[in-house]
Design a protein around this ligand. Structure first.
Ligand code: NAD
Length: 499
């Protein structure tokens, strides 16, 4: 059986804790791989390698860093298919979707290639007589990243390219459910010339995470995952004096106004709800139909959803793959099974679905629940599967109030032809990312990604300007250079003024 080991100090390091975790091919249900689960000592070795590398990397020139990043970008570009194949084998998503994930991760590598522009700093000359003030940003040191299963390549790429471009060294703890893509990303970084120890990967579970949170040499933590763990990471890392950004779960709403193009809205709802089997933090999981359009919209969604082809991710005919684990599949199914008792109309029930020849895979079909109650489990919880809830609202105001009552605030979208209503929605809705006739408004690399409320703990969004800010700290240098002809100013015990 294949094993996945750590990547520390520029080379593969065999797991020594004696603990291994199973990695499953979600399409077959077979355990294909064992992943090393790090002990606190092994995490300590990765942090030590990163700390040693920081001594030179932290002082490296921007030209050195960007030369490596440009080579890295080219290698990643050439190996897109290989990265995507690893994602499909362990996550289950279809190959085209995995390629999309790699492309969106590459965006951040491209952003990192432009770090020269972003770290330019600011200078004010002659703020006082012969006094200049310069604001510069410097790296933090060793930074840790902890990532979820649903984007095993893209989410790590949201973090480490920018962190190392800013001069930090990095320890990545990927999801133990689909760990292989992270190792390939690290190997390619080494091939691009990234010095040993600048990017390290330790695999593991809570033991490894807690060791990172407690380690005194880890200066900052970037986390992406579910809300309860994000809250825990934010609290624990903050208590240990670390800078932390912790992105959590979501329940993303799509508000459809009566004037919307209902065919376009139904296309968008099906793509955004069922893509990647709903295992996206930006998936649309609740459609709010405003006015009298509900029945027609539900019918259009049903027609489209019924045609989606579900199968193994490496079959080019498949549009949707299986779920990550059997336990997750069963949990998702329980929301559909319990929906009718909590008042929903079950328009599509995907719980009995399987794929011939792959009966042990983690399959579930598409489910569509209509007239879902706001106090039902299917609405309240992040299901993270191919289950779309439809709710009804009488007016635009009722719809926005419903969305704003959600504890989550990651992404949201409005579908309408009315520019004035769309503009109001942008200003009134409580979410970090808003789409106007765009169902999955994931910001491009040079803007930042992040939610509000229980979808993000901390005050920095990830990548873009916020990413550069998160991975650096500011310093302001005030300099006085007397004119060579000037006599010394003499002693003055007064507080410095700007004269
Ligand atoms: P998760 O929270 O279970 O795991 C995320 C990471 O935390 C993993 O590396 C895991 O090993 C670690 N972890 C899990 N339990 C832990 C514990 N008790 N203590 C310490 N560490 C622990 O999330 P997941 O199931 O891998 O990913 C899916 C979740 O991530 C969904 O809720 C999804 O919405 C969210 N997500 C959010 C975003 C975003 O940008 N907001 C992006 C992707 C995924």
């Amino acid at each position: 059986m294949k094993t996945v080991n750590h990547w520390i100090g520029g080379k593969a390091v065999e797991g020594a804790s004696g603990n291994w975790g199973p990695v499953t091919d979600p399409a077959t249900g077979a355990v294909t791989t064992q992943v090393a689960l790090a002990s606190a000592e092994e995490v300590g070795a990765a942090v030590a390698a990163a700390k040693e590398a920081y001594r030179t990397w932290g002082a490296s020139s921007l030209a050195q860093r960007t030369a490596i990043l440009f080579r890295y970008r080219a290698l990643l570009d050439a190996r897109r298919d290989d990265i995507a194949a690893l994602i499909t084998a362990e996550h289950g998503k279809v190959h085209s979707d995995a390629l999309g994930e790699v492309a969106r991760g590459l965006e951040i590598v491209e952003l990192a290639c432009s770090i020269t522009t972003q770290l330019k700093g600011e200078l004010s000359t002659q703020v006082s007589s012969r006094v200049d003030v310069a604001a510069i940003r410097q790296p933090l040191g060793v930074v840790a990243g902890i990532t979820p299963f649903n984007f095993p390549a893209m989410v790590p790429m949201w973090m480490f390219p920018l962190a190392v471009a800013c001069g930090n060294t990095f320890v990545l703890k990927p999801s133990e459910k689909d760990p292989s893509a992270a190792n390939l990303l690290a190997e390619l970084a080494a091939e691009a010339g990234l010095p040993d120890g600048v990017l390290n990967v330790v695999h593991g579970d809570k033991v490894a995470v807690d060791a990172l949170l407690a380690h005194p040499d880890v200066t900052a933590v970037s986390f992406v995952g579910s809300t309860p763990i994000a809250k825990y990471i934010h609290t624990a890392a903050s208590a240990n004096g670390k800078r932390v950004q912790a992105l959590g779960g979501a329940k993303n709403h799509m508000l459809v106004l009566p004037d919307a193009d209902l065919d376009a809205a139904a296309d968008a709802a099906v793509s955004a709800a069922y893509g990647s089997a709903g295992e996206r933090c930006m998936a649309i999981s609740a459609v709010v139909a405003v006015g009298a359009i509900g029945d027609e919209l539900v019918e259009k969604i049903r027609e489209r959803a019924e045609k989606i082809k579900i199968g193994p991710g490496d079959d080019p005919a498949s549009e949707m793959g299986p779920l990550i684990t059997k336990a997750h599949r069963d949990k998702v199914a329980s929301y559909v099974t319990g929906a009718a008792a909590q008042g929903a109309d079950v328009v599509l029930d995907g719980t009995g679905f399987t794929v011939d020849g792959y009966e042990d895979g983690h399959w579930i079909g598409l489910s569509l629940l209509d007239k879902v109650a706001v106090d039902s489990d299917a609405y309240r919880d992040e299901i993270f599967g191919p289950v779309l809830c439809v709710l009804r609202a009488e007016t635009y105001e009722d719809g926005v109030a419903l969305i704003n009552a959600s504890p989550f605030g990651n992404g949201t979208a409005i579908f309408t032809r009315d520019g004035g209503a769309a503009r109001r929605f942008q200003l009134e809705v409580q979410a970090g990312m808003v789409g106007v006739n765009v169902p999955i408004p994931v910001p491009v690399g040079y803007h930042s990604f992040g939610g509000w409320k229980d979808s993000l703990f901390g005050d920095h969004h990830i990548y873009g300007n916020d990413g550069v800010h998160f991975y650096t700290r500011g310093k302001v240098v005030t300099s006085r250079w007397p004119d060579p002809s000037e006599a010394p100013a003499g002693v003055d015990l007064g507080f410095p003024r700007h004269d």
